[in-house]
Design a protein around this ligand. Structure first.
Ligand code: CP
Ligand code: NVA
Length: 334
C-alpha cells in the first residue's frame, strides 16, 4: 500500500510511478465524490498556509476549494502583506508557520525556497510553482490524459515553446516516470538542461518511454496524442525578453497545421493562462508593439479544443486535493 503521509511535494523527481499513480487514483476518487455531492471533510480542524509570491487563479483557487472540501481552513499570504523574504528569512518564516499550520503551499521563485521551507517547518510543503518545477500541474495533466485516453503508457506528448522552464522540465519528468514519450519541440537553446534530460532518459528507459528534443516542428509533433504549450514569457521574467521570445518561438506556435500533424484524436493542452486573443492587457500591449493577434496558440485551436483544456483546469483542484490529503493522512478509502 502506498503511504505519502508526512511527505513534501516539491518535485515529481521525488516520487515513483506507483506513488504518482496513487495520487491520480485518489484525485479521481475525490472528483467522483465531488460530482456526487458526497462530503469528504475528514481533515476537519486542520489549517494550511498558502504563500503566493507570484499571482495565480487556478492554483490558489484549487488549494482553497480543496482545503475547504477536506474540512480544512486556509490562510492566503500574498507577496505584499507578509514579512516573507523582506523582513524575515524563509528559514524563520518556516519555523513560525510550522507551529501554526499542518501544511504549507508555496508559489514563487527558486526551488531552494520550497526546499528551505520543508527543511525548517516540520510539516508537509507543497510546491505551487517555482521557476524550475510545477508538479501539481503535471498531476492535473496526467489525470486529464488518463481520462481521455484510458491509459498513459505509450502515449506521446509534444511540448512546444520554452522547454527549459517549469512546465517543460516538469512535463519531461512526469512523462519519463509514467511511461509517456516526451518531445520537446523548440529552438535548441530552449531545450531542458542536459543533466535533467539524462536523468529523465534513465527513468524513461525503466518506464518504456523515450525522449526526443527537436527543432523540427513536423518531426516533433507527428502522431502525438497531446500537443502542449505554455506562455512564452513566464512570471517573474523581465519585459525585455519579449522581443527575442517572439522571434524565437513564433515558429513553434500551436496552429491547426500542427494539430493536423498530430494523432487524429489528439488533444491540445495548456497549463493556462494563455495569450490566444486580444482579450488580455498583455495581449493588447504585445499586439500594439509587435502586431501579434495571438502568441503561443491560435485562437482557432484554443477554441476548437477547449473541452479537454478546461477539464485540465478543473483537474487542478482534484489533484491538489489528493496531494494535501495524501501527505496529511493515510487510509483514504479509495
Ligand atoms: N496553471 C496555473 O498554475 O495557473 P495559475 O497561474 O492561474 O495558478
Ligand atoms: N511557465 C508559466 C507557467 C504558469 C502556470 C509561468 O511560470 O509563468
Amino acid at each position: 500500500m502506498v503511504s505519502l503521509k508526512g511527505r513534501n511535494f516539491l518535485t515529481l523527481k521525488d516520487f515513483t510511478a506507483e506513488e504518482i499513480g496513487y495520487l491520480l487514483d485518489l484525485a479521481a476518487y475525490f472528483k467522483k465524490l465531488k460530482k456526487e455531492h458526497v462530503l469528504h471533510d475528514r481533515l476537519k480542524g486542520r489549517n494550511v498556509a498558502l504563500i503566493f509570491e507570484k499571482t495565480s487563479t487556478r492554483t490558489r483557487c484549487s488549494f482553497e476549494v480543496a482545503a475547504h472540501d477536506l474540512g480544512m481552513a486556509s490562510t492566503y499570504l500574498d507577496p505584499k502583506s507578509s514579512q516573507i523574504g523582506k523582513k524575515e528569512s524563509i528559514e524563520d518564516t518556516a519555523k513560525v508557520l510550522g507551529r501554526m499550520f499542518d501544511g504549507i503551499e508555496y508559489r514563487g521563485y527558486g526551488q531552494e525556497i520550497v526546499e528551505t521551507l520543508s527543511k525548517y517547518s516540520g510539516v508537509p510543503v507543497w510546491n505551487g510553482l517555482t521557476n524550475e518545477y510545477h508538479p501539481t500541474q503535471i498531476l492535473a495533466d496526467m489525470l486529464t490524459l488518463r481520462e481521455y485516453f484510458g491509459s498513459l503508457k505509450g502515449r506521446t506528448l509534444a511540448y512546444m515553446g520554452d522547454a527549459r522552464y517549469n512546465m517543460g522540465n516538469s512535463l519531461m519528468i512526469g512523462c519519463a516516470k509514467l511511461g509517456l514519450n516526451f518531445r520537446a519541440v523548440a529552438p535548441a537553446r530552449y531545450f531542458p538542461e542536459p543533466e535533467l534530460v539524462d536523468q529523465c532518459k534513465k527513468w524513461a528507459e525503466e518506464s518504456g518511454a523515450d525522449i526526443l528534443l527537436t527543432e523540427d516542428v513536423s518531426e516533433g509533433t507527428k502522431g502525438a496524442n497531446a500537443i502542449y504549450t505554455d506562455v512564452w514569457v513566464s512570471m517573474g521574467e523581465p519585459d525585455e525578453v519579449w522581443e527575442e521570445r517572439i522571434e524565437d518561438l513564433t515558429p513553434y506556435r500551436v496552429t491547426m497545421d500542427v494539430m493536423k500533424n498530430a494523432a487524429d484524436d489528439a488533444i491540445f493542452m495548456h497549463c493556462l493562462p494563455s495569450f490566444h486573443d486580444l482579450d488580455t492587457e498583455i495581449g493588447r500591449e504585445i499586439n500594439k508593439k509587435y502586431g501579434l493577434t495571438c502568441m503561443e496558440v491560435t485562437d482557432e485551436v484554443f477554441r476548437a479544443y477547449d473541452k479537454p483544456l478546461f477539464d485540465e483546469a478543473e483537474n487542478r483542484m482534484h489533484t491538489i486535493k489528493a496531494v494535501m490529503a495524501a501527505t496529511l493522512a493515510d487510509d483514504w478509502d479509495i
